[in-house]
Design a protein around this ligand. Structure first.
Ligand code: SAH
Length: 356
């Protein structure tokens, strides 16, 4: 039913001869009051709740594992009724004194595919390729399940589409889910606080830019290398695309959206962390309204890549800062619970059930 909330609710009201306000009540329960099931919707008559439960299937995923870290991060591993396992994460930022100045920051990170076809060599999500696209309902369900982990004084403030999968390979199902997240009568998250992260697929970036709904969101592009030789080694799809084409599509998105671009750069020891790479990045980003988001590598069991030393990180950062590139180093939140994409799924054998 989450695949088409309004459509399904309207159809059910029609079938059961219910007034339209019943649909609005159910929306409110699901999106504002974090209901976990029909039983909790206590202002609907009991008989009606039973009828709706028969007519509409609310949840399609089962939480097979819930993990929580000291820093407040929580992660869910979901078994989908339609097959496959995915992960989604809640990150709690500004937990200490910063909360007073900047407000509580509660970020959800969600998946868009079971597995991933992009094959980035350092990433756990794509090690077994892609199984399938998630449906709109499966994407939205992650958000609603994470909402239920929040305390009464916490609110979802930011959403990042940075979990498993390539979001721009599943735009048709993703956009309606994001619409529910941003609608004022949905979860009411401003589109400026919703970020779609992509490996950089130019035709899909242009499609997003051309769509009135799509260009409201922030776009993050996983660059990871400043030249084609290195990028094609780390991000194999680059061999067919090329850095220039990715940057041109990113520029078009910026022109259409007016939103500052983010470029992500996973820092891998000895591979893309040398001063020459930092200097090349300075040249590549010059003249662009862009933020460079550097993510020191989160090691994946079985893969040979390593996190650069603090000294290498500092040196890299200094070059970019000296040349005026806006840069942010992402803290490694949640790494104790394998919060980097696709890691929990791999570390949990099928069949282990440990609902939160
Ligand atoms: N497919 C999309 C979104 C998923 S990954 C994309 O490529 O952007 C979100 C970000 O996390 C990407 O920049 C990805 O390269 C990065 N990432 C993947 N595995 C990582 C790891 N082990 N450590 C740090 N970052 C990682």
């Amino acid at each position: 039913m989450l695949d088409d909330l309004d459509g399904q609710l309207a159809a059910a009201c029609e079938r059961l001869g219910l007034p339209a306000f019943r649909a609005r009540q159910v929306r409110k329960w699901l999106l504002e009051k974090r209901a976990g099931g029909w039983d909790e919707m206590t202002d609907l008559p009991k008989g009606l709740r039973a009828e709706l439960a028969d007519a509409l299937r609310l949840w399609t995923a089962e939480v097979v594992k819930h993990s929580a870290a000291d820093d407040g991060a929580e992660k869910l591993l979901l078994q989908l009724a339609g097959g496959g396992r995915i992960e989604c994460v809640l990150l709690r930022e500004n937990v200490g004194p910063r909360a007073k100045q900047e407000g509580l920051r509660r970020t959800f990170c969600i998946s868009t595919q079971v597995g991933c076809a992009m094959g980035c060599v350092f990433c756990a999500s794509g090690l077994d390729g892609v199984e399938r696209n998630l449906t709109t309902g499966e994407i939205l369900e992650q958000v609603l399940l994470l909402e239920r982990r929040l305390g009464p004084d916490e609110r979802l403030s930011h959403l990042v589409v940075m979990g498993m999968g390539e979001p721009l390979a599943n735009l048709d199902n993703l956009l309606p889910a994001l619409d529910e997240v941003s609608r004022p009568d949905g979860l009411g998250v401003s589109p400026r606080r919703i970020t779609i992260s992509t490996v950089g697929l130019p035709p899909a970036i242009r499609r997003l830019a051309a769509s009135e709904a799509g260009r409201r969101y922030r776009l993050a592009i996983s660059l990871h290398a400043p030249n084609d030789e290195l990028r094609s080694r780390l991000v194999p799809v680059n061999a067919k695309i090329g850095v220039d084409a990715v940057m041109a599509a990113a520029d078009d998105y910026y022109a259409a959206s007016g939103r500052r671009l983010t470029f992500e750069y996973v820092l891998l020891a000895g591979l893309n962390d040398r001063p020459e790479h930092a200097h090349q990045l300075v040249r590549l980003l010059a003249g662009r309204n862009a933020l460079l988001n550097v993510i020191p590598y989160n090691p994946v069991a079985g893969l040979p890549y390593e996190t650069p030393s603090m000294e290498a990180q500092r040196r890299f950062r200094e070059i970019l800062e000296t040349h005026g590139v806006p840069i942010r180093f992402r803290h490694r939140k949640g790494d104790k619970i394998n919060a980097a994409c696709g890691q929990l799924r791999r570390s949990t054998p099928a069949g282990v059930v440990n609902p939160g």
